[in-house]
Write a new protein. Structure first.
Length: 455
C-alpha cells in the first residue's frame, strides 16, 4: 500500500516536472537574450560625450546653420548685382497686306501682298556709376551673414546648456538613489537588531514598528526618484538623439578645481563675447549702411550699353546677301530722379530712428547682461557655501548618529531618537549630493552668461 502511494506520488511529480523541463531551457534562453538586449541599451556617458552628441544631432543648430547658408546665398546674389546684364532675343513676324496700294497725289505706291521679317537683338548693359548702391547692398548682406553666424553660436550655447542641465539633473537623481539604497541597507540592519531586542524583551514592538515605518518612508522616496529618473533619462535621450530606451549612467563628475575670478572679470568677458551684444554691433553697422543707401537715392546714375541688331526681311531665316542689315549701337545713359531731393529726407529720418533704436537696445541689453552675470556669480558662491555647510552638517549628523546608536544598544535612547538620528544623516547625505550637482550647474550657468560656454 505504501509502495503504491509512493509510486503515484512519483508519477504525479513527473507529470508536474515534465513541462517545466520541456520549457525551462527555452524560457531561460529567452530571458537571457532579452536581458542582453536590455543591457545593450545601457550606456555610461560623460558630459563631453553628451555635449558632442547633442550638438551634432540638434535640429535647432542645423536650422541656424541653414540660415547662415541662406545669408551667404543672399550675399552672393548682392555681388552678382554688380555684374553686367545681358540679354538676347530673336523674333519672326509675318504681315499680310490686303490693301497694298497707296495713292500719294499723282504718285502711286504699291506694296506687296505679304511680308516676312526676322529681328534679332543682343544687348549688354553696365552701370558705371550707381551712387554705390550695389556696394551698400553687398556690405549690408555681408553684415547680416555675420549676424546669422552669431545665431548659430547662440543656438549652440542654448542647446549645450540644456544638455548640461539635464545631465546634472540625471546625476542628482542617480546619486540620490545610491544614498537611498545605502540607507535601506542600514535601516534593514536596524530592523533586525530591533527585532532581536524585542525577542529578548529589551524593547517594545513599537520600537520595531518605528524602524519599519522609517523604511517605508525611504521606499516612498525611492519610488519618486525612479519616476524622476525615467523622465530625465528620456528627455536626455531625446536631446542627444539616442534611442529612447537607452538607460544612461553617470559614474562620476570629473570636475577640476575651478579658480573663481573676480566678478568684474566675468562681466568684462560677457560684454566682449555675448552673441547678442555682438549682433547689436553688427545691426548698428547695417543701419549705417542703410542710411547711406537711402541717401544715395538722390544721386544721379550713369550706365553704358551696347546692342547688336539683326533685321532680315526675307522669308528665309538664314542670312542672304543684300536682304538683312546688322546695326550696332553703343550708348551712355545719364539719369537723375531729382524729385528725391525733397521726397527722400523722411526716409533718411526713419533710418536714423531705427539706428537709434539699435543703440538703445544695446544699452538695455548691456544692463541685463551685467545683472545676469552678477546673479549667476552670486548663485555659484552660494552653492559653494552650501557645500561647505552641508559637509559640516554631515560630520555632525554622523557623530550624532553614532552616539544614539551606542545609547540605543545600551537601552539608554529610544527607537524614535535612534531613527530620527539616522534620518537626519540620510537627509544630509542626499542634500550634499544635490548641492554638489547644483554647484556644478551653477558654474556652467555662470560661464554661459559670459558667452564662453562653447569656447
Amino acid at each position: 500500500m505504501t509502495m503504491t502511494i509512493k509510486n503515484k506520488t512519483i508519477s504525479l511529480l513527473n507529470i508536474l516536472v515534465a513541462p517545466i523541463k520541456r520549457y525551462a531551457i527555452p524560457a531561460l534562453l529567452v530571458v537571457l537574450l532579452f536581458g542582453q538586449s536590455v543591457t545593450a541599451q545601457d550606456r555610461v556617458i560623460t558630459l563631453d560625450e553628451a555635449l558632442k552628441l547633442g550638438l551634432d544631432n540638434s535640429n535647432v543648430v542645423k536650422l541656424s546653420t541653414a540660415k547662415v547658408d541662406q545669408a551667404i546665398s543672399q550675399f552672393n546674389q548682392a555681388k552678382d548685382g554688380a555684374m553686367p546684364t545681358g540679354k538676347a532675343s530673336f523674333a519672326y513676324n509675318r504681315a499680310e497686306i490686303p490693301a497694298n496700294t497707296l495713292q500719294l497725289g499723282s504718285t502711286k505706291l504699291g506694296l506687296p501682298k505679304s511680308a516676312d521679317a526676322f529681328l534679332g537683338i543682343a544687348s549688354l548693359n553696365e552701370v558705371i556709376f550707381g551712387a554705390n548702391k550695389l556696394k551698400y547692398a553687398e556690405q549690408s548682406t555681408e553684415l547680416l551673414t555675420q549676424v546669422a553666424r552669431l545665431d548659430v553660436d547662440n543656438s549652440r550655447d542654448e542647446i549645450a546648456y540644456d544638455i548640461i542641465s539635464s545631465y546634472y539633473d540625471l546625476y542628482k537623481v542617480l546619486q540620490s538613489k545610491k544614498v537611498v539604497e545605502q540607507n535601506l541597507t542600514a535601516v534593514d540592519q536596524q530592523i533586525k537588531q530591533a527585532q532581536r531586542f524585542f525577542d529578548q524583551g529589551i524593547v517594545t514592538k513599537n520600537d520595531v514598528l518605528r524602524f519599519q515605518l522609517q523604511r517605508a518612508n525611504i521606499e516612498l522616496n525611492a519610488i519618486d526618484l525612479e519616476t524622476n529618473r525615467k523622465i530625465v533619462n528620456y528627455n536626455l535621450d531625446v536631446l542627444l538623439g539616442l534611442p529612447e530606451t537607452t538607460q544612461l549612467m553617470i559614474n562620476a563628475l570629473t570636475e577640476d578645481n575651478k579658480q573663481l575670478q573676480p566678478l568684474s572679470a566675468y562681466v568684462d568677458t560677457a560684454l566682449a563675447a555675448r552673441p547678442e551684444l555682438r549682433q547689436l554691433d553688427l545691426r548698428n553697422k547695417v543701419a549705417e549702411v542703410n542710411i547711406k543707401n537711402i541717401r544715395a537715392n538722390t544721386s544721379p546714375t550713369l550706365a553704358a550699353s551696347a546692342g547688336l541688331y539683326y533685321v532680315d526681311v526675307s522669308a528665309d531665316p538664314l542670312p542672304q546677301s543684300g536682304k538683312f542689315i546688322t546695326p550696332v549701337t553703343i550708348g551712355l545713359t545719364f539719369g537723375w530722379n531729382f524729385s528725391t531731393l525733397w521726397t527722400n529726407k523722411n526716409k533718411v529720418t526713419e533710418a536714423k530712428i531705427e539706428q537709434d533704436e539699435v543703440t538703445l537696445n544695446k544699452a538695455i541689453t548691456i544692463n541685463n547682461v551685467k545683472k545676469e552675470v552678477n546673479q549667476d556669480y552670486q548663485n555659484y558662491l552660494m552653492a559653494l557655501d552650501k557645500i561647505k555647510l552641508l559637509q559640516t552638517s554631515i560630520e555632525q549628523a554622523g557623530e550624532n548618529n553614532k552616539i544614539l546608536e551606542s545609547k540605543y544598544k545600551s537601552n539608554i535612547a529610544s527607537a524614535t531618537d535612534r531613527a530620527d538620528a539616522e534620518t537626519l544623516l540620510y537627509q544630509a547625505e542626499i542634500n550634499l549630493e544635490l548641492a554638489k550637482a547644483d554647484a556644478g550647474l551653477a558654474y556652467y550657468t555662470l560661464i554661459k552668461s559670459t558667452g564662453k560656454l562653447n569656447k
